[in-house]
Design a protein around this ligand. Structure first.
Ligand code: SF4
Length: 472
């Protein structure tokens, strides 16, 4: 009987990217993805270590699995990702029934470690301090048929005082541009029409081989790939953000008019304490130049509230900067003390009550800004890439969802039975706005190679979803 697996992913897009490789490796090793709701023979946790509750989530899930494993000793549990890289043997101490602990630098070792654990009936732990292979070189089972993550680098050379990533993912390592472009072209051949270039700090791409313009060149090169309709990237860093990237975005027809650039705080004092290496004038200057070069672009960001030493005045600076920047969306986080980071031992830690209160105020403040930004789009028509897993799909009312070019979520309805597929592009007339999405009437449907790829993959995976044998 073929053994089945499931991969639980926590944290950032880099983990989503790596989980696609973990699934691809297990496919290649002869396992099958478990059907949703079915207890898998192999359960993999690809963990995050950025926020405190990441630990609670993992150990909570592991303790839930303890009796399941007791009832079925042949079942295997593997823990990988940033928390595995950080906690290492602690995981086996807390959960001795875990079979494999592997790190962020050796994703490729999982199948061998699972086999060794099974044969030797002993837990296996393998954590490397530096990268073995770029995960991108490993086989992948991608979540989407038409949209793909393409990592350009792993690790980070920055030392933000709240962040544990450099400790766990190491210093920045850049993939050769030829390899990246080979992957991009291969993905487009498979029907992918949208890619997101991925790195902890994509703007520093090229530091490894001494080319400071390497990232702009990559965006431009993606601009010449026939069939590639949408190019996005995540995450840039304001300190390393250079004007050649703005130029590349403005000149490349398939570079999307959206920039997700983490701010973290609107207070220069807090930015200094965070060791973010830029100040608010530089940040605002970048988005001003992006908007000048790409007038219809939208900007989104990440913000942490409650960083040690953050005064009410500092917090007010953050609210004021949000007003000035007019983000279409902001992903807001409550500061979470991470052992091993400089910020964890800083004086003036803020009480959870104050952090929570500021978080609520920032959320409400940004919601009002997002709504006013979205209101300005009422009456416009937008090109929406239909997505699979977003929004409440209500086939009865032909209600579907997707992403606009500037990365806003759009819900739309059709009054015909001729519906688009995920991966197709729909012209939507916006007639309603909310803080987190736009709504409108679906119009012309452009059938794309992405839609074809979605249909082909659904046909291929359907038997699997129905538990029938497949050619995979
Ligand atoms: S740029 Fe800062 S926050 Fe981002 S991964 Fe690097 S150290 Fe962490």
């Amino acid at each position: 009987m073929t053994r089945t697996y499931t991969v639980n992913t926590y944290g950032c897009q880099m983990n989503v990217h790596d989980s696609e490789r973990i699934a691809g490796l297990l496919d290649e090793a002869g396992y099958l993805p478990a059907i949703v709701g079915e207890q898998a023979d192999i359960v993999v946790f690809n963990t995050c270590a950025v926020r405190e509750n990441a630990d609670k989530k993992l150990y909570g899930n592991l303790s839930f699995l303890a009796p399941v494993k007791k009832a079925n000793p042949a079942m295997q549990i593997a823990v990988g990702g940033c928390l595995a890289q950080k906690d290492q043997a602690i995981i086996l101490k807390k959960a001795p029934y875990v079979d494999v602990v592997f790190g962020t630098h050796n994703v490729g070792s999982l199948p061998v470690l699972l086999e060794r654990a099974r044969i030797e009936e002993e837990s296996q732990i393998e954590i490397l301090e530096s990268l073995e292979h770029f995960p991108s070189t490993l086989p992948a089972r991608r979540h989407s048929a038409f949209s793909a993550w393409v990592s350009v680098s792993v690790g980070c050379n920055n030392t933000c005082t709240f962040c544990i990533v450099p400790t766990l993912r190491g210093i920045e390592k850049d993939r050769p541009a030829t390899e990246i472009m080979k992957e991009v072209r291969a993905l487009v051949d498979q029907g992918v029409i949208e890619i997101t270039l991925l790195g902890q700090n994509v703007n520093a791409y090229g530091v490894d081989f001494g080319d400071r313009e390497a990232f702009a060149k990559l965006v431009k090169e993606c601009g010449n790939v026939e069939g590639l309709e949408r190019v996005r990237f995540m995450s840039p860093h304001p300190r390393d953000f250079t004007d050649d990237v703005i130029e590349a975005m403005a000149q490349s027809p398939n570079a999307m008019p959206h920039l997700h650039m983490p701010l973290q705080s609107g207070s220069n004092k807090v930015l200094q304490d965070m060791r973010r290496s830029y100040r608010t004038d530089r940040y605002l200057g970048i988005i001003e130049r992006v908007r000048a070069a790409i007038p219809h672009s939208q900007i989104t960001t990440d913000i942490i509230v409650g960083f040690p030493g953050e005064s009410e005045k500092d917090f007010q600076d953050t609210l004021d900067l949000c007003t000035q920047a007019r983000f279409s969306a902001a992903y807001t986080y409550q500061y979470s003390k991470r052992p091993g980071t400089p910020a964890a031992t800083m004086p003036d830690q803020i009480t959870p009550e104050v952090v929570g209160e500021r978080y609520t105020r920032l959320h409400a403040h940004q919601e009002a800004i997002s709504l006013s930004v979205n209101d300005e789009s009422i009456g416009q028509t937008m090109q929406v890439l239909v997505t699979e897993h977003e929004g409440r799909r209500d086939v009865a009312r032909s209600r579907m969802s997707g992403r606009t070019e500037d990365f806003r979520l759009a819900h739309f309805t059709f009054d015909t039975d001729d519906l688009p597929r995920p991966g197709d592009v729909v012209t939507v007339k916006i007639n309603e706005a909310a803080p987190h999405f736009l709504s409108g009437d679906g119009g012309a449907i452009r059938r794309t190679r992405g839609g074809d790829a979605f249909e082909a993959l659904t046909r291929q995976r359907e038997p699997l979803l129905l538990g029938m044998p497949t050619s995979r």
